[in-house]
Design a protein around this ligand. Structure first.
Ligand code: BV8
Length: 251
């Protein structure tokens, strides 16, 4: 059962962190909430309030109404372009500097971890920064979003699409294999700002648990993972993560 210390930080956690030689961190939309990016469980703001992200982020939605899906992603792309990393992103980048072997597994597509200086980042669900050709034999990608409503590939003229993994699509198998390995082979595993619902990412903490790795959950609310977590912090990530880093390496 997690030592639920919603305010204080367990000394045991700090000792484990300080002595860790390898750390794996999984993040979800909650880490970017502090940067003004709506999470998937928040009601989408404004224009998008009436749409369910899980219905828009699918190949079926794109096939049925590519213009609507593209507009949604263009809206998010513009939101993310203006967004800045928050103290939670920077704290995770600091962890990478303190621990010899560090892997960041993110479900987010906003690129904020890289903006904060994180280096070894596995983007499990792709990136809003990039577009890719829908023709699987073409392989064209770009980080330039053309103005036209439904851009086409300059190489083969097929539609372009956001370079993200939609619901019902497989994650890139090489990334998933690296993520499973990093989850099994670490001294400590953090799950931060995720509802622990979306698979296969939600199974990664269990890879750690099955390997005997202690898991820390940092999330505003306990998720299904919480009963297995050794430590639980209910504070906002941007508040608690810097405190954890300074408690471990303040000297
Ligand atoms: C797959 C990219 C199999 C796109 C995303 C039926 C048909 C097909 C598949 C399925 C199916 N039923 C189930 C599935 C599997 C499905 C799935 O898991 N569905 C869920 C809904 C049950 N998964 C998939 O489809 C995956 N692929 O299974 O393929 C397959 C096999 C063979 C052949 C073909 C296919 C693909 C999943 C990837 C989907 N793409 N993103 C885009 O972004 O537009 S997922 C997207 O939603 C995000 O990337 C993210 O992963 C997810 C949202 O989850 P969270 O990040 O956790 O965010 P959420 O809002 O839920 O939670 C935020 C948490 O933070 C909250 O708990 C909150 O309390 C907390 N919080 C908030 N603020 C803070 C905070 N915590 C701390 N501090 C704060 N300040």
């Amino acid at each position: 059962m997690a030592d639920a210390h919603p305010v204080s930080i367990s000394d045991k956690l700090i000792q484990l962190l300080r002595s860790a030689r390898s750390l794996t961190v999984l993040t979800g939309a909650g880490i970017s909430a502090g940067s003004g990016i709506p999470t998937f469980r928040d009601s989408q703001t404004g224009l998008w309030a009436k749409y369910n992200p899980q219905e828009l982020a699918t190949p079926e939605a794109f096939a049925k109404n590519p213009g609507l899906v593209f507009d949604w992603y263009r809206w998010r792309h513009n939101l993310v372009k203006q967004a800045k990393p928050n103290a939670g992103h920077y704290a995770i980048a600091a962890l990478e500097k303190h621990i010899p072997t560090f892997t960041l597994l993110t479900q987010n597509v906003d690129g904020l971890h890289q903006k904060a200086g994180s280096k070894n980042v596995i983007e499990l669900h792709g990136s809003l920064q990039r577009l890719r050709c829908t023709n699987v034999h073409c392989g064209y990608t770009t980080d330039v979003w053309p103005d036209e409503p439904l851009p086409h590939c300059p190489v083969c003229d097929a539609n372009l699409r956001p370079d993200v993994v939609w619901f019902g699509e497989m994650l890139p198998i090489d990334l998933l294999k690296r993520a499973v390995s990093a989850s099994k082979h670490c001294d400590l595993f953090f799950s931060i700002g995720t509802s622990s619902v979306v698979e296969p990412a939600a199974s990664l903490p269990y890879e750690a648990l099955h390997a005997g790795v202690p898991v820390v959950e940092v999330n505003l609310e306990p998720t299904s993972l919480n009963v297995y977590a050794k430590f639980y912090c209910a504070n906002p990530a941007a508040e608690i993560l810097p405190l954890i880093v300074s408690a471990a390496w303040s000297g």
